[in-house]
Unconditional design. Sequence first.
Length: 197
Amino acid sequence: MKYYETNMTYDTQDYIELTPEGLTQGTTLTDVFLLIMRESEGSRHLPLILDKQGFQLICQALENQHFPETKLMGKLARVFAITPRRVVVRYTQAGHFFATIFWQQAGSNDEHILNTELAQGIATSLEQGCPIVIYREEFNRLHNRQSKEGQVAIPLTAMSGDLLKEALRLAVESDNFELASQLRDEINSRQKDTGNP
């Protein structure tokens, strides 16, 4: 199955479809809010980091089927016969997630994209009933490999720079030097990649 985008071909084999499984708040890092996604045809999980506002938006969408922030977009889409085809979860090297919504207008094979905040994209998918997907390569790099029952570990590669620094501070305070070393390595690697001292 292929979708045709502007000058690009979308092959579903390049993507993994995701299903929202739940929301949680960090216990050690209490400013961290997570949306836990599971691969639709498997058991691997991907924790997506949200801000508090995004967490509340997804909460309303999942628990109450209430979509206050995406309802206007949905109405405009219906007026102009535009249909969201899929929402792609994207990741930046700086440790931030965002969403790309692929839209298609009735009678056209061309798709158009809209980059948006992660929570907006997920809420749009939940409201409009289109799939949430992630590039297979990104999922394989970011998914949660070592979670214990009832616990979610955030992959270092999925953490923002500020979150890494806060986790490093907490690891040093609690004398967890192995974790502190891993966090320091990730911070240094990102600085090296971006050329920042």
